[in-house]
Design a protein around this ligand. Structure first.
Ligand code: ATP
Length: 190
């Protein structure tokens, strides 16, 4: 799966709807897209938006305190946003995600009143549906798919047990662990 496009609206410093196109495999050279800009211009917010749309729940990792902190807070020129929305479009030509579509669009939206929703190809779904599809395609919100600032340092400092989690995702056992967790939860409720 390849990240093809990102739509960001009302998320952190992205007051206006913005579209980022990434170099995909169709351009012959499997591209690397680099985002440059001065300190504080919002480069890390792009990485945060990727983490967030993939379902990240940890506000600490998203560099905020409460979930509402990801919504554009307003500036001298522009009023604050009522919601934050990020859509990620992934190329799924090899069908790594178990969906019969050549493109997969994942959307996460959060309103100021706390209401939130996840969409998969514009249909409302549960977060766990997205997580399972992504886990099967080895594409998670943490670990190796999105490596944040300082993460390599902290990876080196992790205990062997903690570091295993990182390799579990890379080796593809995450979906099985995810299913196991779901079954344990179901049994606990039975
Ligand atoms: P550096 O190079 O220093 O790491 P950066 O380019 O990665 O910087 P970010 O950390 O992505 O910059 O962006 C920080 C900016 O985002 C700050 O100006 C901050 O005020 C703004 N910001 C973060 N959250 C919000 C929000 N909810 N509403 C408006 N602006 C926000």
């Amino acid at each position: 799966m390849y990240l093809e496009q990102l739509h960001i609206q009302g998320f952190k410093s992205f007051a206006q709807a913005s579209r980022l196109d990434f170099l995909g495999p169709q351009k012959k050279t499997k591209g690397i897209t680099t985002i440059v800009g001065p300190n504080g211009s919002g480069k890390s917010n792009v990485a945060d938006s990727i983490r967030w749309v993939l379902g990240e729940q940890s506000m600490k990792l998203l560099r905020g305190k409460k979930s509402e902190d990801v919504i554009f807070a307003g500036s001298d020129k522009k009023a604050r946003s009522g919601f934050a929305e990020v859509t990620m479009r992934l190329l799924n030509e090899e069908r790594s995600a178990e969906l019969d579509y050549p493109e997969v669009e994942i959307t996460r939206r959060l309103y100021r009143d706390g209401e939130s929703e996840y969409l998969l190809n514009k249909n409302k779904v549960r977060l766990q549906d997205i997580q399972l599809i992504l886990a099967k395609a080895n594409f998670g919100e943490r670990h190796y798919a999105v490596i944040g600032q300082g993460m390599i340092d902290s990876l080196l400092a992790l205990s062997a047990e903690e570091r295993r989690d990182f390799f579990d995702e890379a080796s593809g056992v995450k979906p099985l662990q995810f299913k196991k967790q779901q079954s344990i939860q179901k049994l606990a409720l039975a």
